[in-house]
Design a protein around this ligand. Structure first.
Ligand code: AP5
Ligand code: MG
Length: 204
């Protein structure tokens, strides 16, 4: 099954995709993670990408598609795309590349998103994601240091949300027209949201 997780920054795309990965063996591809990995591994390209994402703008379609195509080679039939597509052109390109089964639209109000992103911490060592709301420590269970993402400041969160509304929101209608959209509210726990998605997908 090939799924797209669509939703605003902080709606829980990454957290829920990880649950699918752990419990159901899905291959999880986050284009945000691919870009952050490229920043750490490619000095020349990295500086330019860092400027773009720390300002809350979108990276060029060409670069994102290149990173995605490389990563797709590692994945087989059960796949979640998290953070891709993010605009109409990316959605059209994806339709030429792959047949998507369903698009899970995680609808979350802005005030919840803002709170979640300000409290998000990520392990420098293993990448595990936490929230200060429920985990008040600077150290991951693996012993790594928890850090805040550079784009998780109030000003950049607002910018990212505006970019989301302008560039990505039109995809809700795009996939609705294709009959692929499943909408889930994400104001409950991530495990409950996971269960609601499973029910909608009719996965036992
Ligand atoms: P990306 O990394 O994809 O960021 P994003 O879309 O802004 O989404 P986030 O990762 O911030 O949020 P999420 O929905 O994954 O939430 P999470 O599960 O972590 O992209 C970063 C940047 O890369 C972009 O701004 C852009 O520059 C570039 N980029 C990426 N893809 C691109 C593309 N296709 N084209 C162009 N540029 C691209 O959860 C957030 C927090 O909330 C966590 O602390 C978590 O613990 C907590 N939480 C989650 N769910 C719940 C819940 N149900 N209840 C309580 N807490 C919860
Ligand atoms: Mg994410």
């Amino acid at each position: 099954m090939i799924l797209v997780f669509l939703g605003a920054p902080g709606c829980g795309k990454g957290t829920i995709a990880k649950i699918f990965e752990e419990k159901l063996n899905f291959c999880h591809i986050s284009t945000g993670d691919l870009i952050r990995n490229a920043i750490s591994s490619n000095k020349e390209l990295g500086e330019m990408l860092k400027q773009i994402i720390s300002n809350g703008n979108l990276v060029s379609d060409e670069i994102v598609l290149k990173l995605l195509n490389e990563k797709l080679k590692d994945c087989s039939s059960n796949l979640i795309l998290d953070g891709f597509p993010r605009n109409l052109l990316q959605a059209q390109k994806l339709d030429e590349m792959i047949k998507i089964d369903k698009v899970v639209y995680i609808d979350t109000p802005y005030d919840i998103i803002k709170e979640r992103l300000v409290g998000r911490r990520t392990c420098e060592n293993c990448g595990k994601v936490y929230n200060l709301d429920i985990y008040n420590s600077n150290t991951c269970s693996c012993g790594g240091k928890l850090v805040q993402r550079e784009d998780d400041t109030p000003h950049i969160i607002e910018k990212r949300f505006k970019v989301y509304e302008k560039e990505t929101m039109p995809l809700v209608q795009y996939y609705q027209n294709q009959g692929k959209l499943l909408k889930v509210e994400s104001n409950s726990s991530s495990n409950d949201t996971f269960k609601s998605i499973l029910n909608m997908l009719e996965v036992k």
